[in-house]
Design a protein around this ligand. Structure first.
Ligand code: PLP
Length: 715
């Protein structure tokens, strides 16, 4: 019912609520409590359940409005087509029911048909589709000319006007001119709850919210939601008491409740669940058929008193059968998704993260660990350019509960976005950061006795791991400095939860490197033993990062800090390691073809005319540049990208936001084609390692420089 894009961040809460919203619509049409408590049933079906459709509209606006603002008709058209398609299919589905009910035998002039199609819906519950189609067109017109606030203002006016023809009709009918106006309007459509007066407000509300990330805690929004629902109930009962309503679908409180609901759901740190989108759409479309089906089955089996007369069982049987019908659709969607693999996207350049490959890597690595040892996922530098939050969330789902970052701010940001478990800050933090460490329950690395004393002096209680310098001479308290180590234990504000070191030369298997590494390992465990023998608790012990694990497996420890291996990367392609698990890269970098130019022999292209056609050529403009992290020194044919599964060399000089590639040898390249800069396309692959090597750097540098402008999609 809304755009199902490759959206990543925090849409899980919204997705989670969709099936409930669909069931609320079922409730409106079945009245689950009708046979038990009429007033309770009224509260649910005529008041609370009215929240369902505004919720769907607002979520649609959340995605559609910003897209329409930036891409105009290009974003509107596919949306209208998709909804029209759904509307068309649903109409066909209900055509037999409509015919059976005698709709076509009444003298229904073409005008009635038209009005049903445009305003009231071709079947009673299908009003949703024309409303959102018309509403989207109106909002499109508004945002062409106005800013969102002004649009909201006008749409609120339309909504109020609708309100006076709906729940507050009792008031407007007391004013004769208004009454006359509404009676004209009601000869055009049945209700004001339609695409003119109802849908635009919620679409624009969604649009505004898309620029307003929820900043408060979910419980704050939940409290606001609760309060506004109470007011909504009060409004509904007042309406009923004074018999004001012509039809009770629109309430004054509805936009406020929707606002609180959507922000509350968005503040939950969950990632999107596309299956629930399909589930809610199918349940919404088919539930009236299920009502008919359940009645039929009940009649035939003599269970009418149970399945129909008992309103709760009626509601449940309709809901369950609608959910069952949606299963094959969800299955089909999954298959389609996995066979298509690549996410449809409106973006210019983006990163795709392969969650299956990440899970696979975690599995492979976990098998290499000794008992009692767990993976600590190193997600510093935005997870080596992969996207720290996305990676941490996926790791969390795969059972990893320890993370490492370089800076306290990185850790705080993850916490704010709902990452739980241990977060270790590997780098130095100054005393001014201590309150942040405490507030976000981060674990700080202590790098020297003086550092420990400074952190301690702030007067906040924080968790720390002690870094031992066993020979790398970068960070840490010297292995041969027992007084320095014991000084940390004398700091009452520091809760020591771990002791670790870092290996400097674990990467290669040269004799010197092996000797140096073994010496580091020996020194570190000597320190551990001494401390433990003297009764100083050492907490979690950790030594190895990726190459440490692959070349020096089996060290007794609590964690292995893996970065590279998690992402399926090794610094240099073809590195030889003792253990060689099957690791798969999880990142692909893609962009699009914006344009294709024809060049005659001798024509030049790009800055400085650096590319000169040696034959009649075609060059494609690709929507990514060095500001996105694609190295500029791959200019002039040093780099190549994949289009249609074939390599296309970089033509001329790479620009800040775009680059040209020579596609003379690839037939049929056209605007909108997807370009792979890192990753697989057909049978061809470009690995990050290859790209790093050809631009004269290492994989880590290449990936950690991928720009923040790239969106991260999980597939
Ligand atoms: C970056 C880092 C790691 C992770 O290293 P990989 O080689 O990417 O696995 C581990 N430990 C420390 C201290 C680091 O700084």
């Amino acid at each position: 019912m809304t755009l199902t894009g490759g959206t990543v961040r925090s849409y899980g809460g919204l997705d989670l609520f969709r099936p409930f919203a669909a069931l609320l619509v079922v409730a409106v049409h079945t009245g689950p409590l009708l046979s038990f408590h009429v007033t309770a049933n009224y509260a649910i079906t005529d008041i609370l359940a009215r929240l369902a459709v505004p919720f769907f509209f607002t979520v649609t606006g959340l995605f559609l409005v910003p897209a329409v603002q930036t891409q105009g008709r290009c974003a509107l058209r596919p949306f209208l087509l998709k909804i029209s398609f759904l509307y068309g299919i649903s109409t066909l589905l209900y055509l037999p029911v409509k015919a059976y009910s005698g709709y076509f035998s009444q003298e229904s002039p073409p005008l009635t048909l038209l009005r049903d199609i445009v305003f009231d819906g071709t079947f009673f519950h299908l009003w949703y589709f024309p409303a959102i189609l018309l509403g989207a067109c109106i909002v499109y017109l508004f945002v062409q000319k106005l800013n969102l606030r002004a649009a909201l203002f006008i749409c609120a006016g339309l909504y109020l006007f609708g309100l006076l023809g709906d729940s507050y009709f009792g008031l407007s009918s007391m004013v004769p001119p208004l009454n006359a106006l509404y009676s004209v309007l009601f000869s055009i459509f049945d209700q004001t709850r339609n695409g003119l007066f109802f849908a635009p407000l919620f679409l624009v509300l969604g649009g505004l919210l898309s620029y307003r990330e929820p900043r408060r805690k979910p419980c704050v929004y939940a409290a606001v939601l609760f309060l506004s629902l109470v007011l909504l109930l009060a409004e509904g009962f007042i309406m009923k008491k004074f018999s004001l309503a012509r039809f009770d679908a629109m309430y004054l409180m509805l936009p406020f409740c929707t606002y609180a609901l959507v922000q509350c759901l968005r503040s939950l740190p969950l990632s999107g669940i596309p299956q629930l989108r399909m589930l809610s759409t199918v349940v919404y479309v088919v539930h009236p058929l299920c009502i008919i089906g359940v009645r039929g089955v009940a009649k035939m089996s003599g269970l009418t008193s149970l399945l129909v007369d008992n309103s709760l069982f009626h509601f449940l049987s309709v809901s369950i059968s609608a959910c069952l019908i949606s299963i094959p659709f969800i299955y089909y969607q999954r298959k389609k998704h996995s066979s298509k693999r690549r996410i449809e996207t409106h973006r210019r350049a983006w990163i795709e993260l392969d969650s299956d490959a990440l899970r696979h890597n975690i599995n492979e690595l976990t098998h290499l660990l000794p008992e009692q040892c767990a993976l600590m996922a190193v997600v510093k530098a935005d997870a080596y350019g992969h996207g720290a939050l996305e990676v941490a969330q996926l790791c969390g789902k795969a059972g990893i509960s320890a993370f490492a970052v370089a800076a306290a701010e990185e850790g705080a940001w993850l916490r704010k976005h709902g990452v739980s478990g241990e977060i270790l800050v590997l780098g130095y933090s100054g005393p001014e950061v201590v309150p942040l460490l405490e507030r976000y329950k981060l674990t700080q690395t202590v790098i020297s006795a003086e550092h420990a004393r400074t952190l301690n002096s702030i007067g906040h209680h924080i968790k720390v791991h002690i870094k031992v310098d066993s020979g790398m001479h970068r960070l840490g308290i010297g292995w041969d400095d027992p007084a320095g180590l014991r000084a940390v234990y004398a700091c009452p504000q520091l809760q020591i939860e771990g002791l670790f070191t870092h290996l400097a030369s674990a990467e290669t298997l040269e004799v010197d490197d092996i000797n140096r590494t073994q010496e580091q390992v020996r020194r570190f465990y000597q320190v551990v033993n001494e401390l433990q023998n003297e009764g100083f608790p050492t907490g979690k012990i950790h030594v190895q990062s990726t190459y440490g694990l692959l070349n020096y497996g089996g060290l007794p420890c609590s964690y292995v800090r893996v970065g590279l291996a998690l992402y399926g990367l090794l610094s240099n392609p073809g590195d030889h390691t003792k253990l060689s698990p099957d690791l798969r890269p999880i990142l692909s970098l893609r962009a699009k073809v914006a344009e294709v130019h024809m060049l005659e022999t001798g024509d030049s292209a790009g800055y400085d005319g650096a590319f000169v056609a040696m034959r009649p050529s075609r060059v494609a403009l690709v929507t990514i540049g060095y500001a996105d992290g694609y190295p500029r020194n791959l200019s002039m044919g040093k780099g190549a990208v994949l289009i249609h599964g074939q390599p296309a060399p970089v033509a001329g000089l790479i620009c800040m936001d775009q680059l040209l590639v020579d596609v003379t040898d690839i037939p049929g390249v056209a605007m909108g084609d997807i370009v792979t800069l890192i990753g697989q396309d057909g049978d061809a692959v470009i690995t990050a390692g290859q790209l790093a090597w050809s631009s004269g750097t290492i994989t880590n540098e290449l990936l950690s420089r991928l720009g923040a402008r790239l969106e991260r999609l999980i597939c």
